[in-house]
Ligand binder design. Structure first.
Ligand code: SF4
Ligand code: SF4
Length: 113
């Protein structure tokens, strides 16, 4: 199984901010605006991620057990850009830090074999 499907830590650890145009269908945006909140003059944040204990509203399931993203095909750029450690042969400190916050071991190259 893809390691992210039993993790979800990054969706419940970081503020996920996006340019407002990503949630404007008139400009080709696909992220549902109702799942966002204003976050600065030109930015939105995924609702739930701009708080002391972030947890994206689109995250389903239980972090560290089984999770999903309810808007996966329409998730914003920061979500698509965050690389899971070693998925493509590179480390990822963002992935490692989020997992550590939930007591999960960092991924290794063997996680993908
Ligand atoms: S923290 Fe890493 S392993 Fe966990 S969901 Fe995010 S990218 Fe995937
Ligand atoms: S939109 Fe999906 S991928 Fe992005 S933080 Fe929320 S649950 Fe995670």
């Amino acid at each position: 199984m893809h390691p992210c499907l039993t993790c979800g830590a990054c969706c419940a650890h970081y503020r996920v901010s996006l340019h407002w145009s990503e949630a404007d269908p008139a400009l080709g945006g696909r992220t549902p605006v109702a799942l966002t909140e204003p976050c600065g003059p030109h930015q939105l944040a995924m609702r739930g991620t701009w708080q002391a204990r972030p947890h994206c509203i689109a995250l389903t399931g239980v972090v560290g057990e089984q999770v999903g993203c309810s808007i996966y095909p329409d998730r914003p750029a920061p979500c698509r850009d965050l690389q899971a450690a070693w998925e493509h042969g590179q480390p990822s400190s963002q992935c490692d830090r989020a997992r550590q916050a939930y007591g999960l071991e960092p991924l290794t190259p063997a996680s993908w074999s």
